[in-house]
Design a protein around this ligand. Structure first.
Ligand code: DQA
Length: 143
């Protein structure tokens, strides 16, 4: 099974940005977790992070016919991007939405998720382990 993990703006700043909200684990720790998860479960996992909405849309389009599953943390674009929602709907690849923090307990403007409307599952507030959980959900249900 081939899974694409997509991360939106500022996720590359993990460990530095707001550690009280996002924890002290770094983006490198996340990459290591993805590598380990791929090895443990015999999966191909590719990762892409961008601060640019269009670059994320491009990657989702390019995933068509290549990947069997997507894990996406659109970060702030979660709450604004109809373009990312439309791209996910266009490719129809089973997608799990991940948020490191518990967005449901945060500001009102974080309560809307556009991307989530195209996702088969949402995992929030689990820290970096949410990515591992999302990958295993895809493997169990779509692998
Ligand atoms: C986030 C939550 C978003 O509201 C925020 O803009 C992020 C990260 C999370 O992983 O908890 O950048 O997606």
């Amino acid at each position: 099974m081939k899974i694409l993990v997509l991360n939106g703006p500022n996720i590359n700043m993990l460990g530095i940005r707001e550690p009280d909200v996002y924890g002290r684990q770094t983006f490198s720790d996340l990459l290591a977790l993805l590598k380990q998860t791929a090895e443990d479960h015999s999966l191909q996992i590719d990762q892409f992070q961008s601060n640019h909405e269009g670059a994320l849309v491009d990657k989702i389009q390019e995933a068509y016919g290549v990947y069997n599953g997507i894990v996406i943390n659109p970060a702030a674009y979660t709450h604004t991007s109809i373009a990312i929602l439309d791209a996910l709907k266009a490719v129809s690849i089973p997608t799990v939405e991940v948020h490191i923090s518990d967005v449901s307990a945060r500001e009102p403007f974080r309560q809307i998720s556009y991307a989530g409307r195209a996702c088969v599952k949402t995992i929030t507030g689990q820290g970096l382990d949410g990515y591992r959980q999302a990958i295993l959900y895809l493997k169990e249900n779509y692998g």
